[in-house]
Structure formats: C-alpha cells, structure tokens
Ligand binder design. Structure first.
Ligand code: AOF
Ligand code: ZN
Length: 355
C-alpha cells in the first residue's frame, strides 16, 4: 500500500478534481505489475496496472482508493478486476463519489475477497482535497504554507523574508502549488512582496492554479504582478461586499475577477462557488491567523529553517490566546527534511468516508 500511495503521487498536479490513485498487483507476494492514474480523463490506476500485466488471474490488487463502479471516462475498475480474474482486492479508503462508490460490495458479490482500511490514514491524507469535496461541499480544502525561523517568524524585524528557507524548500513549494486549484495570499503580501504566485518547478500542472488575493479593503494597485498578469492566469480578488463594486471599477479591464464576501466563512464559500476545490494559502500572517481562528484551516505545511530572529513578523499575526485545554492536537501526516530545513505536515482532522 505504501508503494501504491507513492505511485499515486506521480499524478500530482494532473488529476484534479479526480483523486490520486496508485495500484500494485501481486502474486505469491511478488509484485507483477504497477499502475497509477496519470491524469484527468486518463485510465484509472487499476486499468493501467492490468494493462501492464501479462497474467493477472489469481492476483491480489492493492490500491489506495476503493475501485470504482461507474462507467465514466473509462469502464468500471471493479468489472475490469473481476474479468481479469483478480482474486483479492486490498484498498485504503472508500470512494465517496456518488457515481463511483460501492466498489467493495460489488467486488464481494462477484466473489472477490476484499479487505479495506490498510494504511487508511495515509490514504485519507493523500486525497484529503477529494474526500473533503464530497464530505463538505460548501467550502474548499484549505491548506496553509508557512516558512518560518526556529522562533516562528516569517520575516526579520525589517520585514525581510527572502530567503528564510533554502532552495530545496522553495522547490518543494513550487511542487506543492501544482497540486492546488488556487494559491491565496492577503493584500499586504501582494503589496509588500509583489509575488507572481505561479508554478515554476519540477511539475507542470494540467491546469495552472488561480491566484486569489483576499483583501477586505479591496485596494490593490494595478502595477502588482498578479494584476498585470491576470489576463494570462486566472486571478480572483475577494473583498468585502460593500467594496465589491468599487474594487471592480478600480481593476476594470485587468482581467481580475472580483468577488464580495464578509468574513472568512463567506470568503471560503465564495471561492468554492467560483469552482475552487482546494486552496493553498501562502500568507501573510494575519490571513493565516484569521483562517485558523475561524477553524477553516484543514492542513498546515510548515517549513522550519534553522535560524533564529528574535524579533520579526509572527507567522500567524497577533491572535487571542487559546488555553491548552481548549485546543486540539492535529494529526501529523508527514515529517521530513528539505535540505537544511524541516517540513512538518499536520491535518486538523482526517476525512474517513464510511467510518
Ligand atoms: C478508481 N481508480 O484510478 C481513479 C478513481 O472522471 P472519471 O471517469 O475518470 O472518474 C473519476 C471518478 O472515479 C473519481 O471522482 C473517483 O470517484 C474515481 N476515481 N477510481 O477506481 C482510479 N482515479
Ligand atoms: Zn476506476
């Protein structure tokens, strides 16, 4: 299953709104074929593995997601597994998609032995945006990316943040961006850092993520990079409802889409209505803090650099305190080194359909 999850990740940036899926076929404990869902509209992982396999009769199929039952862009994986003579299917998490779900029952009815829940947490974390899109369709999956010093600061006391983290971490962020529908920042980040917020890394996404600027006041200068390139890359500004018309007038003919929303919940709902299923929030601290305080953050990608600044810009702005007994402990879903920096990925809650 760990191998299936690793294979699934090869579809990063190519499959959304579909899930990432990898499959390993085994016989007598030996791997006989592998496959993964390489892109939206392309063969499902099970079909790719079966196509790569000479003699699948009697094999065990290990896949991170329950095999589908629907004839979508490709025929149902359950039927393909049954006709290929696969004897046993082991999967990680159930498929919540209303058309595709029910694969386990269908396989059992056809006499296939089915085991579910192997590396369930890992499989759920892998496809959190897809799983949440079905469990909670009113808002996108929201992830925060923060790169800080050892003492949790985004920038030094002069506001300098280039570069707290190293090249490996910056490459990772470009890889990360490729897997999200949108990249969001607050107005101050656009004004101060003037980022382009595009993907310039090892993975070219099938659909480039939209850029989102969240700005209560709306005021955004037309000479900022995100505004100047809005005709080429979809760019959304979310402002308070009473500033919407003014902001639209200010940004007329730039290609920027202006949405009105009051409060973080409405911002999230407005983005979902605009078609955004997953968003990576890259700062600044006050936006990150406001989202956390509103319990709207599903995941944090925290990159910690080995340096100390003492005084500077806090990662989550100035917030009210949270007594220990009222706070929650997040689930650690990944922990690894990025050059000299350390990546920690935590999920507030795992989405486990059918449990
Ligand atoms: C599987 N194996 O590799 C994937 C599955 O748009 P379609 O026709 O490709 O169908 C997408 C739906 O199928 C998706 O929403 C999810 O429920 C399931 N994805 N299922 O058995 C795969 N990618
Ligand atoms: Zn399928």
């Amino acid at each position: 299953m760990a191998r299936a999850i690793k294979l699934a990740r090869r579809g990063w940036g190519q499959v959304a709104p579909n899930p990432l899926v990898g499959t390993v076929l085994l016989k007598d404990g030996q791997v006989i074929a592998e496959g993964y869902h390489a892109g939206f509209g392309k063969p499902h992982a099970e079909l790719a593995a079966l196509a790569a396999c000479g003699a699948p009769e009697g094999a065990t199929c290990v896949v991170n997601l329950e095999p589908c039952t629907h004839a979508g862009k490709t025929p149902p994986c359950t039927d393909a597994l049954v006709s290929a003579g696969v004897k046993r299917v082991v999967f990680g998490v159930r498929d919540p998609h209303p058309d595709a779900r029910g694969g386990a029952d269908r396989l059992r009815q056809s006499g296939v032995e089915v085991e579910e829940g192997l590396l369930r947490e890992e499989a759920a974390a892998l496809n959190a945006p897809f799983l949440w899109a079905h469990a909670r369709p009113e808002r996108p999956f929201i992830a925060l990316k923060v790169a800080t010093s050892l003492d949790g600061l985004l920038a030094d006391q002069g506001g300098q943040s280039k570069w707290i983290s190293g090249t490996e971490a910056r490459e990772f962020v470009h890889w990360l961006r490729a897997g999200f529908d949108a990249i969001a920042v607050g107005r101050r980040t656009v004004e101060v850092d003037d980022p382009l917020l595009t993907v310039r890394g090892p993975v070219e996404p099938r659909v480039p993520p939209s850029r989102v600027v969240i700005s209560r006041s709306g005021m955004l200068r037309r000479n900022r990079q995100v505004v100047r390139t809005a005709k080429e890359i979809p760019t959304i500004v979310v402002t308070s409802s009473h500033m919407r018309d003014q902001t639209e007038a200010d940004l007329a003919k730039t290609g920027v889409t202006v949405l009105g929303a009051d409060g973080m919940e409405e911002v999230a709902a407005a983005l979902r209505q605009a078609g955004v299923q997953s968003v990576l929030v890259e700062g600044g601290g006050s936006l990150a803090g406001a989202l956390l305080e509103a319990h709207l953050v599903d995941r944090i990608y925290w990159i910690q650099a080995p340096l100390w600044l003492g005084v500077g810009v806090p990662a989550f702005g100035d917030r009210e305190g949270m007594p220990l007994e009222n706070t929650i402990r997040w689930a650690v879903t990944e922990r690894r080194g990025l050059g000299q920096d350390t990546l920690l990925v935590v999920d507030r809650e795992l989405c486990l359909p059918g449990s």
